[in-house]
Design a binder for this molecule. Structure first.
Ligand code: CAP
Ligand code: MG
Length: 418
């Protein structure tokens, strides 16, 4: 009996809605959908006396739309604990991925009702807060990642950061797998790098930002965040998936008013192909919990993520009202008081890719180049200059070829990256 399917049902405003791609295994799609709806809410595989009509009628979800392999399920909000992202995901993104009756299952989007959106802190700064801090009203922010990913000691790290900042970059970040290692201890790195940041600010007259990676066990993360604050730094960076959403919520609740940069290392284990969780709902969760900027893909770089997908994720984290799109598997979403956050485009980027990226994504983005800065033939500072020149040229509507005629670093970037 397919007790959760009701194609005449209209979801209530206060319900959570999840959209899934579902491929059944050795059963019908309807049977598999029914099992997913039950297992993600109140039910199990057998008929149980304890599932009384009273409980059923109060907490049952409704599969209200089935088109091909795409199903939509509306869940009563009482199934979820406000402010508890782990529990919400243990429901609608938990056991169901391991059920034998599904060959493949992918969570494509989640519509969160106001009661749940309001139960999370949301971003403290967001786009406008960061632009105000940076004194950069319009153009994309530009940054680099210290490379090699790990290997430099704290002093070498800080010196490379300085070279990047004086070349015109706004931001320098730690790589996602750099925490506190035997050859590069966190506190020492932060202390020296912040001093080099202040030196670069004095010499350039521009605000400069350092994003130290605090990813660690939660209490340790809070200790490191406190230390960063004591050094007078404005940012922390965290790997939100390897840290987990409970850790991210704790960091957001104890952020010491620092700006939170969210790296999405490990997302590919969930987002690629057609079994797992799409990047869109992960991005929504990050905005709801309250990061200020989030890696969402770079389209033209080295990582997966089509222009359409990355563009829509950018809309989701930057707009306040999201209109539904059947074609793109996007559910409606109102963001209420949750600030828009910066899309971070990174991964395989170099100066020559900037115009195309800005054409697709607009200016409310953060462009990061690691190898694309440090591999410049004249070194890091020149690489930083070339990346900044590519942004400045594009903001002025000048082609890079034209701009390179009067900007040597960009000219040499053509030799290196064409
Ligand atoms: C980029 C990067 C970033 C990726 C993350 C790296 O370095 O530092 O972690 O951009 O991917 O380690 O690859 P490069 P995404 O500029 O040298 O490629 O932004 O897609 O999450
Ligand atoms: Mg990295």
């Amino acid at each position: 009996m397919q007790k959760y399917i009701d194609l005449t049902y209209k979801p209530k405003k206060e319900e959570l809605v999840a959209e899934y791609y579902i491929q059944p295994s050795k059963t019908s799609l309807w049977n598999a959908a029914n099992a997913v709806a039950g297992e993600s809410s109140i039910d199990t595989w057998s008929t149980i006396e304890t599932l009384s009509p009273k409980i059923f009628n109060k907490l049952r979800p409704h599969i209200y739309d089935i088109k091909g392999n795409i199903i939509k399920i509306a869940y009563p909000t009482d199934l979820f604990e406000p402010g508890n992202m782990p529990q919400i995901l243990s429901s609608i993104a938990g056991n169901i991925f391991g059920m034998k009756c599904v060959e493949k299952l992918k969570l494509l989007d989640i519509h969160f009702p106001k009661k749940l959106v309001s139960s999370f802190k949301g971003p403290k700064y967001g786009i406008q807060g960061i632009r105000k801090l940076a004194r950069v009203p319009k153009r994309p922010l530009v940054g680099t990642i210290i490379k090699p990913k790990v290997g430099l000691n704290a002093k070498e790290h800080a010196e490379l950061a300085y070279k990047s900042w004086i070349g015109g970059l706004d931001i320098v970040k730690d790589d996602e797998n750099l925490s506190s290692l035997s050859f590069n201890k966190f506190n020492e790195r932060v202390k020296i790098t912040v001093k080099m940041k202040e030196k670069a600010e004095k010499e350039t007259g521009e605000r400069k930002f350092y994003m130290p990676n605090v990813t660690a066990e939660t209490f340790e993360m809070l200790k490191r965040t406190k230390f960063v604050k004591e050094q007078g730094n404005e940012y922390v960076m965290v790997d939100i998936l390897t840290t987990g959403f409970a850790g991210l919520q704790t960091l957001r609740d104890n952020s010491e008013d620092l700006v939170i940069h969210a790296h999405r290392a490990m997302h590919g284990a969930l987002t690629r192909h057609d079994h797992g969780i799409a990047m869109l709902p992960l991005a929504k969760i990050a905005r709801m919990i309250g990061v200020d900027q989030l890696h969402i893909g770079a389209i033209v770089g080295k990582m997966t993520g089509s222009a359409k997908e990355v563009y829509h994720i950018g809309e989701e984290i930057e707009d306040n009202l999201i209109h539904p799109s059947e074609k793109n598997h996007i559910l409606s979403q109102e963001w209420y008081d949750k600030k828009p956050i910066f899309a971070v485009c990174s991964g395989g980027l170099h100066p020559l890719l900037v115009p195309q990226l800005m054409h697709i994504m607009g200016n409310d983005i953060i462009i990061q180049g690691g190898g694309g800065v440090h591999a410049h033939p004249n070194g890091t500072t020149a690489g930083a200059r070339a990346l900044r020149q590519a942004v400045d040229a594009t903001m002025q509507g000048i082609s890079l070829q034209e701009y390179a005629k009067t900007h040597l670093e960009l000219k040499l970037a053509f030799k290196q990256f064409s």
